[in-house]
Design a protein around this ligand. Structure first.
Ligand code: C2E
Ligand code: MG
Ligand code: MG
Ligand code: MG
Length: 287
């Protein structure tokens, strides 16, 4: 099952990561050296409000800036990071980078939340909430501006401890988001146990939803469910204007995807924002 998941992730990483092939093999030593050399960087993908197009958050996505291979996508190294335990160190470093970016944005009068993806493995560390809280305090950042995206498959593997860590994160004021909603075994059970503030509708439901009755019904049901539970919704993988209009019609709160912007280096965000703002308001639906 992990292999299938890996293949699916590889297949779905065609953006700013330059290596879509699955034949890259790394060792623990490779990863440790790259960590010591700070080769893991974050790219950022905008989350915007569907109503207005306004930028409200950035999702931080990890890339390995490899000296020979260029940008390597997360599917090539996250599984090995997890199985070797290096994921703890990687996560700490990525959180530091994300918080630095957040501080930067605040200094430029931009209160934009940043979302970081959390591996199942790091949720076994019950010290994590205190550590993250200290990091935000040190930079005088409100914890709620840091969103932690958790894939539901995560919670199945380490149930008890992960639940404890998540509850503590919530108590510290961090925002919790359930990622790839609907693709795991027990989405509803996770909702029942964990106080998420955001639900991300998986790309597999969003793509071509304007042409597919089933996908549209799933999106609609998920949005209603989320809103009833006072959660906000984000549609992932929005690639077309027709999908955007459907989401607008279904009252989805936020959208993320290539239509809006691909994951990009922090330095490219201002130019993206300028171009995006110029496109607003988006043209109305054609039918
Ligand atoms: P995710 O969190 O669901 O992230 C969304 C993925 O979909 C990203 O792939 C993004 O580039 C891609 N994407 C966004 N919009 C579109 C679109 O319109 N069309 C298509 N086809 N794809 C789109 P990426 O960056 O390769 O990341 C894949 C997965 O790797 C992420 O899925 C996340 O689960 C994991 N990941 C990424 N960064 C980290 C990290 O720092 N830590 C951990 N633990 N996992 C990470
Ligand atoms: Mg995510
Ligand atoms: Mg996702
Ligand atoms: Mg996804």
């Amino acid at each position: 099952r992990d292999r299938i998941r890996e293949l699916l992730m590889l297949y779905s990483a065609p953006d700013s990561a330059a290596h879509p092939v699955s034949s890259l093999h790394f060792t623990k030593e490779n990863l440790q050296e790259a960590l010591d050399d700070n080769q893991f960087i974050l790219h950022y993908q905008p989350k915007v409000l569907v109503q207005s197009g306004r930028l409200v958050a950035l999702e931080a996505l990890c890339r390995w800036s490899h000296p020979d291979m260029g940008l390597v996508g997360p599917a090539h190294f996250i599984p090995l990071m997890e199985s070797t335990g290096l994921i703890h160190e990687l996560t700490q470093r990525l959180i530091d980078q994300a918080l630095k970016q957040l501080r930067n944005n605040l200094d430029n009068n931009k209160a934009i939340a940043i979302a970081v993806n959390m591996s199942p493995v790091v949720l076994t560390d019950t010290q994590l909430p205190d550590e993250l809280y200290k990091k935000t305090r040190a930079l005088t950042i409100e914890p709620e501006l840091l969103t932690l995206e958790i894939t539901e498959s995560t919670l199945i593997e380490n149930a008890a401890r992960a639940l404890e860590t998540l509850a503590r994160l919530k108590m510290k004021g961090f925002s919790l988001s359930i990622d790839d909603f609907g693709t795991g075994y027990s989405s509803m059970q996770q909702l029942n146990r964990i106080p998420f503030s955001e639900l991300k509708i998986d790309r597999s439901f969003v793509q071509s939803a304007n042409l597919d009755k089933t996908r549209k019904a799933i999106i609609e049901a998920n949005i209603n469910l989320a809103h009833t539970l006072s959660m906000e919704t984000v549609a992932e993988g929005v690639e077309t204007l027709a999908e955007w209009h459907l989401l607008s019609q279904l009252h989805c709160d936020m959208a993320q995807g290539f239509l809006i912007g691909k994951p990009m280096a922090a330095e490219d965000l201002p130019e993206w924002e300028r171009q995006w703002t110029e496109k607003l308001p988006l043209p109305p639906a054609s039918s």
